[in-house]
Design a protein around this ligand. Sequence first.
Ligand SMILES: Nc1nc2c(ncn2[C@@H]2O[C@H](COP(=O)(O)OP(=O)(O)OP(=O)(O)O)[C@@H](O)[C@H]2O)c(=O)[nH]1
Ligand SMILES: [Zn+2]
Length: 357
Amino acid sequence: MSDQHPELHELGWSDWFERRAECKPGETIARVAAVDRDQLLLVDQNGHFRAKLAGSYRYRHQFSHELPCVGDWVCLDRQPGDAFGVVHAILERRTSLRRKSAGNATDDQMIAANLDRVVIVQSCHVDFNPKRLERYLVMVMDGGADPCILLTKTDLVEPAVLAAQLAEIDSIGLMAPVLTLSNVTRDGLDEFKRLLAPGKTYCFVGSSGVGKSTLINRLIDRERLETGAVSGTGEGRHTTVRRELIRLDGGALVIDNPGMREFGIVGAESGIASRYADIADLASNCRYRDCTHRGEPGCAVRGAVDSGDISREQIESYLKLSGESDFHQMSHAEKRKKDRDFGRYIKSVKTDLKNRD
Ligand SMILES: Nc1nc2c(ncn2[C@@H]2O[C@H](COP(=O)(O)OP(=O)(O)OP(=O)(O)O)[C@@H](O)[C@H]2O)c(=O)[nH]1
Ligand SMILES: [Zn+2]
């Protein structure tokens, strides 16, 4: 299909969405920049504007994960002169970050959608905790986004301490990039900025106090954060909405909202880890010891996909998480070691999740 929305690429649009856009004639596409109760702040090639969800959409979609969240792409109706656009559809999400509900997956709370990379931030000073890092990793991968690990406050520890932490992360054997920086000395800041590609969407998760806001303020100039709010009058109510989807000078998009801050603190994610553990168990039944689960005969993992026991998405994120995309390039001994390490890793995450509450 030809690209019908070149002007949206700076906002994160891609062929993936183009193939799934099912807008009716006359409807346009925009991205959700913030959600404020029943009002949406949208952005398209012409700038920011307000919108509401069509009553019919609300009627047909009652689960919380079906409601728009920041980062979503929507189809809307907006006549010239209208104060509000009317949103009729939300495009399929390529990735998401969601807070798992204790009960049904349909009650999951969406935090943000269509993130390309989630930066998991820990301070190397007092916050460093590999177990927590692993939990974040599993949650990020479960939503389909690529993770990246960032250690902040390098100015507060001796180089040897930092080196030991990096070695510990390395021993987990994940393929996610690991970066370090100090918001104070700005050491590592330029390297980190190089990771941010134009038209890609990023967000930052991690415990309170690790330096997420400080870093985001370094990336955006402060002024834009404060004047980023858009005022408007909605049915007699005067409100101000702070933009949560921010475009950096280099063209990368950053989502920053309060939900991010709480992400990972809430429990009940053990379902995810046990799902991965199930796949790891299955893999031990594959005919070939070094099966990559990418089409070998006698593959138990593919078998489970074919019979519908596990979804293709789960397998994809499992393969990503286990780093098995690089698997076939390893020697036999390396593969054996990796299998063992990953099995152990998954078990530790699972145990850790169990022990948490
Ligand atoms: N020494 C040092 N201090 C830092 C660094 N980055 C942030 N800080 C300080 O750490 C404190 C917390 O930083 P924030 O940016 O507010 O942390 P946060 O992750 O946004 O925290 P929440 O908003 O609660 O999620 C502030 O006092 C910062 O000045 C760093 O690289 N080195
Ligand atoms: Zn297999």
